[in-house]
Design a protein around this ligand. Structure first.
Ligand SMILES: [Zn+2]
Length: 140
């Protein structure tokens, strides 16, 4: 599926919104439980994640492609979620086997970032480089 999407991205420096409705031989998703303050880093939060596997079914993959230069503000590459046609199962997409489907994609030339005025955000230490941590977490 990633090869299919890669072939549709004409400009890798833009953002893309993606929707793929299709039939899948296999889908693996994860969901992280609701977190409470003080919020842990993602690498800690995913230690309590639930992983769901589905074989042979229909559903929708939806998400974004973000260009490499967003590192630190967002996740470069694909960030996709999956939901079954009956909307009863889904999560953050980890793996899938696409059999057939219809892809809808649109390039996005805007990136809006709204920051909190103060509070916990003002006191948070956001200097840590989480690149390797994020890479590990996003590919599990
Ligand atoms: Zn996600």
């Amino acid at each position: 599926m990633q090869q299919l999407l890669d072939g549709l991205i004409a400009n890798r420096n833009l953002f893309y919104a993606i929707r793929l409705d299709g039939t899948f031989s296999y889908v693996k998703t994860r969901s992280v439980p609701r977190q409470v303050k003080p919020y842990p880093p993602l690498a800690e939060a995913v230690k309590n994640q639930s992983v769901f596997e589905m074989r042979q079914g229909r559903g929708t993959v939806a998400g974004f492609y973000c260009p490499p230069y967003v590192q630190g503000l967002n996740v470069p590459g694909y960030h996709l979620h999956f939901v079954t046609d009956d909307r009863r199962q889904g999560g953050h997409l980890l793996e899938c086997g696409l059999q057939e489907g219809t892809v809808q994609m649109d390039s996005v030339r805007e990136f809006h970032l709204t920051l909190p005025a103060g509070g916990d955000f003002a006191r948070a230490n956001l200097t840590a480089d989480r690149k390797e941590e994020l890479k590990k977490v996003e590919s599990k």
